[in-house]
Design a protein around this ligand. Structure first.
Ligand code: AR6
Length: 172
């Protein structure tokens, strides 16, 4: 199972895979960070499709086309804002990953790439966020046998190292 998980460092907008995940906000109308990078890379068509989606609650996910991206689709999910950990943040972050994997499955997609949802502007601590991402990847690989590749795209070398270390613990 572990061989289906890749950890790479770089820009998720360059990843050629069935779907990349966007760490969006509940308006789905763009923003900074990875969201801004994805909207810049797709061109204005993505914003037009997003306008018709009517937003997205925290923990949920919605799918669009990828337009000018090398990825065929974008799965937009809204991570929790970190308020110290006592406001259900962990369960909401888990829900993001689960809903992204479910949407990939429902759309017949076998490869998916994730940024570290909520760990930028939304302030979720990176180690715990990374553990949730990898635990949910392990669960998805057990649930969806057709899933062939899960790529975690770390923006910095330090973040990639956090994924690698956590991977040793989660995928024993
Ligand atoms: N490729 C991969 N990872 C990236 C990229 C990229 N091009 N750019 C940033 N990251 P953030 P959030 C990493 O802030 O915390 C937006 O304004 C970054 O280093 O993009 O979920 C939305 O509209 C960090 O580890 O998302 C929302 O309002 C991770 O992606 C809000 O930010 C997530 O950082 C969402 O905040």
């Amino acid at each position: 199972m572990r061989e289906k998980v890749d950890i790479v460092q770089g820009d998720i907008t360059k990843v050629a895979v069935d779907a990349i995940v966007n760490a969006a906000n509940s308006s789905l109308l763009g923003g900074g960070g990875v969201d801004g990078a994805i909207h810049r890379a797709t061109g204005p068509e993505l914003l037009a499709e997003c306008r018709a989606l009517g937003g997205c609650p925290t923990g949920a996910a919605k799918i669009t086309k990828g337009y000018r991206l090398p990825a065929r689709h974008v799965i937009h999910t809204v991570g929790p804002v970190w308020h110290g950990g006592g406001s259900g943040e962990a369960e909401q972050l888990r829900s993001c990953y689960r809903n992204c994997f479910r949407l990939a499955h429902e759309n017949g997609l076998t490869g998916i790439a994730f940024p570290a949802i909520s760990t930028g502007v939304y302030g979720y601590p990176k180690g715990p966020a990374c553990r949730i991402a990898l635990e949910e990847a392990k669960a998805a690989l057990a649930s969806y046998p057709e899933l062939g590749k899960i790529i975690f795209v770390a923006f910095s070398a330090e973040d990639a190292e956090t994924y690698r270390e956590t991977m040793q613990e989660v995928f024993l």
